[in-house]
Design a protein around this ligand. Sequence first.
Ligand code: ATP
Ligand code: MG
Length: 347
Amino acid sequence: MQLKIESVDIDFHQLVNNSLNAIWIVGEEGKIYYCNRACLKLLEVSSSENILFQNLYIFLPPDIHEICKDRLRRVLEDKETLDLFETKMIRSDGEMIDVEIRTVPCTFENKVFAQVVIHDITHRKKAEKLLNDQGKLASIGQISASIAHEIKNPLTSVKGFLQLLKESQPHYYLDIMESELDKALATLQNLLHVSKPDLFEEPLVPIELCKELDSLLFLFQEKLYNVKTELIFRDSERVVVGKRNLLLKAFFNLIKNALEAIIEKGDIKIEHYYEDGFINIKIFDTGVGISEDILKKLGTPFLTTKTEGTGLGLTQVFTTIHEHGGTISVQSVIGEGTVFHVQLPCD
Ligand SMILES: Nc1ncnc2c1ncn2[C@@H]1O[C@H](COP(=O)(O)OP(=O)(O)OP(=O)(O)O)[C@@H](O)[C@H]1O
Ligand SMILES: [Mg+2]
C-alpha cells in the first residue's frame, strides 16, 4: 500500500520492514507469517527463512510458553490489545536476551492475526542491574564503615586500659589479649579504608595505567616463576584522572587474586585499550574459577574462600572503581579461569 504526501510516496512495506523495532505477524498456534528486518538482527539470524513459518515458541523460554499461549488466544479470539510484557527471548546462538513485547490484533482478509512488536531491552536491564548492585554495595560500604567506626573507639580505649593493667600486673594472658585486640583493630581499620575510600583525601592526578600496571606486576616477581604473563597494551598514551594510590591498590588486589587463583602453573594476561570514552583493563587468569554462588556476592566485605584471606580485597576494588565513575564486570568458568573487566572514564 502506498500513501502520497505532497510529492513523496510513502511505501508502507518499506516503513515496516525498516522499523527499528522487531515486528512479527503471528497466527494461530504461534505460526510466524511475517518478520521485518529488525527481527533478523534481534535474533541474530542471517535470513528471514530461519523465522518465517516457524513456531514463535522456539524463540521463547519454555517456562513462559503457557503464558504466551494464553496471551495469543486473547488477541486472536477476544481481539484484545495486550499490556506491555517484559520477558526473555532465545537468540539463534542460544543466548538469552531481555525484551519488551507489545501485542495488538490486526486483520488481513477477514482473518485475525497478532501484530507483535518486540523491543530489545538487554542493555537497559544490564544498566539497571549494575545500578542496583552499586547501590547495594554502597549501602553495605556505609553500614560497614559506621559499624567499624563505632566499634573502633571503645576497642581503642580497652587497649589503653589493658596497657595500663599490663604495666601494674604483667601477665602472659594480657599479652595475648593485646595482640588479639591489635588484630581486631587492624581489621576494622582495613574495613574503614576499603568501604569509604573517599574518607582518605587523595588528590586527583593523571595516571598512565600501562606504566603503573607494568610496575605492579614487578611487585609479584617472586610469585611469577610458574605463571606466564602476557601484557597487551594498546592506547598506552591515554591517561585516567584519579586517586593514584587507591587505583593502584585496586589493580594490585585484582592481580593478587589472579595469582592466588592459579594453583600450580598458569597464565595471566592483562589487556589495556581505549574505546568510546573509556579505558578498558581486562585481567585474565587460567586459575580455579569462581562458582556461581560466590560470583553473585563478589565485593561483599569479608567474603573469602581462602584460609588466609580477609575478603576485603574486592570490596576495595569495587568501591574504588565505582568512586572513579567506572564499572567492573566478571566472567568466570570453574576450572578454566576468570576475567575481570574494568572500565574507567577517560576524556
Ligand atoms: N581471579 C579470581 N579467581 C578465582 N577466585 C577469585 C578471583 N578473584 C576473587 N576470587 C574469589 O573471591 C573471593 C573474594 O576475593 P577478595 O579479594 O575480596 O578476598 P580474598 O582474596 O579472599 O582475601 P584478601 O584479598 O583480603 O587477601 C576470594 O576469596 C575468591 O574466592
Ligand atoms: Mg584478594
